[in-house]
Design a protein around this ligand. Sequence first.
Ligand code: C5P
Length: 237
Amino acid sequence: MQGVNEITSTRQHPVIAIDGPAGAGKSTLAAHLARRFGYLNLETGAMYRALALKAIESDYSFDEEAPLLELASTTRIVLEPQIEGNRVLLDTRDVSKRIRDADVTAGASRVSVHPQLRAWMVGQQRKLGDKGGVVMEGRDIGTAVFPDAEVKIFLDAAPEVRGNRRYKQNAPETAPITEEAIIKEMKDRDYRDRNRAESPLRPAADAVVLDSTRMTLAEVLAKAEAIVREHVDASSL
Ligand code: C5P
């Protein structure tokens, strides 16, 4: 029997899907793989964050889907892959830093539960990645955006480890926030992501699950690179 990839894919280069919960290290891994193979690195979470920011600035509720959908249809969100991550433009304005603030983080997690809004996002994300040669990072890349992705990695780690890593990453000049508060915020977001009706966070059946709880960053990067090479013919890399 043919696999899904053989039926649908006409891409010369692969789509590498990286999914997993908050703080698992997806962005670091995606940026590394993109550099290693010369691909584009696309952070889909930044799109949900940009829309949440627009909702905040337009005084829209995160919980009402129809107005949010209307808002999305008049919004232009652009991801510009850079070495260190994505530059994010919201209606031509650079919001790369602002979308990392706590109010936007919480908002992104709430707007992302809406099924039609997700369908809109998925449509945009497919357009960005359908030629291949991309490392796309998010929660539903391997299950909903590119179910035919050539490589699917589900990067996970224990919540306490993810919270601790995020805590250490925080710049000293940002508002003081305790490690416990970060872990709680992550658990809340994970709960919403894993329990929403539409495309809940879960590994695709054919994803390789990489649990980095007891791995160093170097080990994660090396293992992920090996997974890519196992799944993609060298001539397509
Ligand atoms: O990855 P990041 O933490 O920037 O994502 C922000 C929020 O956007 C997540 O908490 C999640 O609720 C949502 N998201 C999603 N699907 C994606 C990417 C992000 O639901 N593909």
